[in-house]
Design a protein around this ligand. Structure first.
Ligand code: HEM
Length: 115
């Protein structure tokens, strides 16, 4: 189905949409329960904008510190990447830009995954 959705701040929408998707994602929703959702939304917006060369600065923790003791596995990253792709598709991010941004996020997997 075609998702008709207009948003001026496309990057913010991608981050918001991602958090909404995470919350209903059966594979990873539990990991986010009890976390500070407002902070997560704010920092994901900053990080997305920074990674997509939108001219923002990221003010959150390093990926190693942020994900310490969450016991994340490779499969969790896979689930998150799928949600991230879906959120970008919804905002009609060009395919090469999607790939470019995912490639930039890829090295962070090493810092976030503990097991
Ligand atoms: C590898 C790519 C990932 C990136 C780029 C990323 C990005 C971020 C960012 C920017 C924050 C906020 C940091 C802060 O609070 O200062 C964060 C926190 C968090 N992330 Fe990730 N993340 C990744 C993978 C994952 C995965 C796979 C999961 C779980 C399925 C996850 C779960 C969480 C949770 C629960 C928090 C909140 C931690 C807290 O507030 O203590 N992340 N992430």
């Amino acid at each position: 189905m075609l998702e008709a959705f207009y948003c001026k701040a496309g990057i913010d929408c991608i981050a918001d949409d991602l958090v909404t998707r995470i919350k209903r994602a059966p594979r990873i929703a539990d990991i986010f329960k009890g976390q500070d959702e407002l902070r997560l939304r704010r920092l994901l917006k900053q990080q997305f904008c920074y990674m997509l060369n939108g001219g923002c600065a990221y003010s959150g923790c390093t990926m190693k510190v942020a994900h310490k003791n969450l016991g994340l596995q490779t499969a969790d990253v896979g689930a998150l990447v799928e949600d991230r792709q879906a959120a970008m598709r919804k905002e009609r991010v060009a395919f090469f830009t999607q790939n470019h941004s995912l490639a930039k996020f890829a090295p962070m997997k090493r810092e976030a995954v503990e097991r």
